[in-house]
Design a protein around this ligand. Structure first.
Ligand SMILES: NC(=O)c1ccc[n+]([C@@H]2O[C@H](COP(=O)([O-])OP(=O)(O)OC[C@H]3O[C@@H](n4cnc5c(N)ncnc54)[C@H](O)[C@@H]3O)[C@@H](O)[C@H]2O)c1
Length: 342
């Protein structure tokens, strides 16, 4: 097998650019095709990346070929159709989060991925954020004892995003807890497992002209009697952050996606007085909030047979399942058990 993976990127405006940078940073990856329905965007991306052609039609790009893996960076509502088409055309796929907006769409992708002999990975990029990787490792090796409570958030001010039209489409509702909140939901699933039940409240006080509630608070029950909370706001007046706290029987870890250290609290007993204090230890971490290079590296390793696929279609679908349960709970006022995929 060739030691190089050829990538095509569809949707090359914002996060698509991060993926292209990730491809350039990865030894085994090469960019061979780009596609965007906006010709100006596609043309500019091709020129900037030394490609002598570009596509504005996804089907044409699939038919032309010349790549092994398609990276889907289009709006959420395009993921299902493009994912299924790319798999059926015989390509590996790396699809941006959320896998899809609705459970039926997730099912279509899961089915297509199962039918295909190609790899399908979901870009849950928080699993590549250095701070979160360290926090998860610390939990796994027992640094804070047994976890009993977790919390995370997706706090972002979408009023600052230019060209936010698809994010506020009144027909194809992009629920914030699915669209962006999937980061925090996925992070906690990854650390403590699949929640068995979700209860949520939501409101709309900031982005009052948007078609969805802009703030949701979810309370979750996880395996091993762990409980948790996830706050999602797309109108909050604060820089984008995912502040995350993990409470264990022997210590507590605080971290986020934007700071250059995480904090570990552990009990310290003074020998002279016998008094106990909680002394914080700052542990330095690299700040890399959109670590697409690591994602692309893993995708290459998977395709080249060097590692198993971890964030597959079922993983992506199960994160959407938790998010949809929160949406349903906020709408009905009842606790909801997520519908998980196998
Ligand atoms: N991982 C992350 O942290 C992160 C951050 C931002 C966005 N995202 C996700 O990435 C995706 C893209 O978000 P964005 O912020 O880059 O959006 P964007 O609007 O900035 O860019 C999307 C691009 O896709 C193009 N496009 C739309 N429909 C298309 C089609 N059918 N075929 C080809 N091109 C098409 C648009 O012209 C645009 O250039 C979304 O799914 C979003 O949820 C992930």
């Amino acid at each position: 097998m060739s030691e190089v993976v050829r990538f095509a990127v569809v949707g090359t405006k914002s996060i698509g650019r991060n993926h292209i940078e990730g491809i350039h940073k990865t030894k085994e990856a090469v960019l061979t095709a780009v596609c965007d329905i906006r010709e100006d965007v596609a043309k500019k991306t091709a020129e900037k990346n030394g490609l002598d052609h570009y596509f504005t039609d996804f089907d044409e790009m699939l038919a032309a070929g010349g790549f092994d893996c398609v990276v889907i960076c289009t709006p959420d509502q395009c993921h299902t159709e493009q994912a299924v088409k790319a798999l059926e055309a015989g390509y590996h796929v790396l699809c941006e989060k959320p896998l899809a907006m609705k459970l039926e769409e997730c099912q279509q992708i899961v089915d297509a991925a199962k039918k295909s002999d190609k790899y399908f990975m979901v870009g849950q990029v928080c699993r590549y954020t250095p701070a979160f990787l360290l926090m998860r490792d610390m939990v796994a090796r027992g640094d804070i004892g047994e976890v009993f409570y977790v919390e995370s958030e997706y706090a972002h001010d979408y009023s600052l995003i230019k060209d936010a039209e698809w994010r506020k489409d009144p027909v194809y509702l992009r629920e914030p807890v699915v669209g962006g909140g999937c980061h925090a939901m996925d992070l906690l699933r990854w650390i403590v497992g699949d929640p068995t039940e979700v209860f949520a409240y939501s409101n709309r006080k900031v982005l009052t002209d948007w078609p969805v509630d802009d703030c949701t608070i979810s309370v979750l029950k996880y395996p091993n009697d762990v409980i948790g909370k996830v706050m999602v706001s797309i109108g909050c007046k604060r820089p984008y952050t995912m502040r995350t706290q993990i409470f264990g029987t022997k210590g507590t870890i605080l971290g986020d996606n934007k700071s250059d250290s995480i904090t570990l609290y552990k009990a310290f007993e003074y020998a002279d007085t016998g008094k106990t204090s909680y002394v914080p230890t700052q542990i330095p971490v690299v700040v890399n909030n959109h670590n697409m290079a690591a994602e692309i590296q893993d995708m290459c390793n998977v395709i080249l047979g060097k590692m198993p696929l971890e964030i597959d279609a079922v993983q992506g679908a199960n994160t959407v399942a938790v998010c949809r349960a929160a949406v349903e709970s906020a709408a009905t006022g009842l606790p909801v058990k997520p519908h998980y995929f196998k």
